[in-house]
Design a protein around this ligand. Structure first.
Ligand SMILES: Nc1nc2c(ncn2[C@@H]2O[C@H](COP(=O)(O)OP(=O)(O)OP(=O)(O)O)[C@@H](O)[C@H]2O)c(=O)[nH]1
Ligand SMILES: [Mg+2]
Length: 387
């Protein structure tokens, strides 16, 4: 009976959403356990070997799917240390168990403790320590290794993150500006997983751009694909917002939103996700400027876009963000029809990123000289200088 009802219930089970079925993973939960320490040998004062640690090593060019495929059980258990014996007074330690994870992964335990972040090739983080071997202080009994589930949370590392409503032309721009080949179509949610494209310049400088699935109004309430992909823009240096000059309407039962309203709603969604995102440098592209009546529409909305705070003030608080983004640039473009627009955007993006890099450098130098000054000051306070 039970079996029959499970079979019937299984039939009605909701199938996972398409983007989940396609196998794109940006997080993976694994179980890690350090090796147990070997027992000591009280008779001869022998010390047990320490258990091995479980260590994650960052590698470029691997994905979380590959991590999963390499070990579908998702269990990583390091070998234990050997017991001390009369032949081996010091038990042999267990070897560390290392496994590879993609660069850009943050490692978090179920209790929310952050074990570390892997942002560079070959960086390592210990996920579970092996137990110590048995010795006089623990009664010669080896200690168990740490054991817990760990979430590998992948945030793509790209210089630029594309943010926009569905159908705005994000993938069209990515395709025109880089060598990436994202899927483009006239229906919403064509992009179901993040794509990265590389913008190459003549002097061999390369800039990476992440195309994310479209956001919709109410994404913070998990509408559409929700906020889950916004984590990928957290680490980008620049937000590139792209909106359709004709506005957006998801379907007839949703209200039509004008170009200005889409900008407002996108900012609201960013704010609801993490208000720190609004402090990021940003640029706004008004797309589809080849369509009929677009120029008149742009001329009308131009001034309002330059002064967002004032333009939003008449909207109710549930759609109006508290703060807004400050766009370094507002550029009307046609990503599909005008390659010269795309070229212009490409150069502007580079200029902004170069300026940001310079500023960061200056900030670092300033910080360093301030730190040096502070250290000198503190040293003087503690001890008189001997001449
Ligand atoms: N006329 C015109 N159409 C464009 C332009 N840019 C994109 N489109 C069209 O708009 C539709 C949506 O484009 P996509 O690039 O798939 O939009 P997206 O923002 O990636 O959409 P999602 O992946 O669904 O979030 C496609 O039919 C494109 O051909 C443009 O500059 N002018
Ligand atoms: Mg797309």
């Amino acid at each position: 009976m039970v079996r029959l009802s499970t079979v019937i219930l299984d039939k009605f089970k909701k199938r996972p959403r398409r983007f989940l079925r396609e196998g794109f993973k940006d997080s993976l939960r694994v179980f890690v356990q350090g090796g147990a320490g070997g027992n000591g040998l009280p008779k001869f004062g022998g010390v047990g070997g320490k258990g091995g640690n479980v260590i994650a090593v960052a590698k470029e060019n691997i994905t979380l799917e590959q991590v999963y495929k390499a070990n579908a059980s998702k269990r990583y258990i390091a070998p234990s240390g050997r017991h001390a014996s009369h032949n081996f007074i010091l038990g042999t330690p267990g070897e560390d168990l290392k496994f590879e994870v993609p660069v850009g992964v943050t490692l978090i335990t179920d209790l929310g403790k952050k074990l570390g972040e892997l942002n560079e090739e070959n960086e390592e983080v210990v996920l579970a320590k092996g137990g110590t071997g048995g010795h006089p202080k623990n009664g010669f009994l080896g200690v168990k290794g740490e054991a817990h589930p760990v979430k590998l949370d992948l945030k793509l590392i790209a210089d630029i993150g594309l943010v926009g409503f569905p159908n705005a032309g994000k993938s069209t721009l990515l395709k025109a500006i880089s060598h990436a080949k994202p899927k483009i179509a006239a229906y919403p949610f064509t992009t179901v997983r993040p794509n990265i494209g590389i913008l190459s310049y003549k002097d061999l400088r390369q800039i990476s751009m992440a195309d994310l699935p479209g956001l919709i109004e109410g994404a913070h309430k998990n509408k559409g694909m929700g906020h889950q992909f916004l984590k990928h823009v957290e680490r980008t240096k620049l937000l590139l917002m792209i909106v359709d000059i004709n506005g957006f309407q998801l379907s007839p039962q949703y209200p039509h939103r004008s170009c200005l309203e889409t900008v407002m709603l996108l900012i609201k969604e960013l704010e609801m996700y993490n208000e720190e995102l609004l402090k990021k440098p940003s640029m706004l592209l008004i797309n589809k400027m080849d369509t009929e009546g677009s120029l008149a529409c742009f001329n009308e909305v131009k001034e309002k876009l330059k002064n967002l705070k004032d333009s939003f003030k008449d909207y109710p608080s549930e759609v109006r963000p508290e703060n807004t983004l400050k766009f370094c640039d507002i550029i009307p473009v046609s990503a599909k029809e005008r390659p010269e627009d795309v070229e212009y955007v490409k150069n502007r993006l580079r200029n902004i990123l170069d300026v940001l890099a310079d500023l960061e450098q200056q900030e670092k130098l300033k910080e360093n000289s301030e730190m040096y000054h502070n250290i000198k000051q503190k040293m003087k306070e503690r001890q008189p200088v001997r001449v």
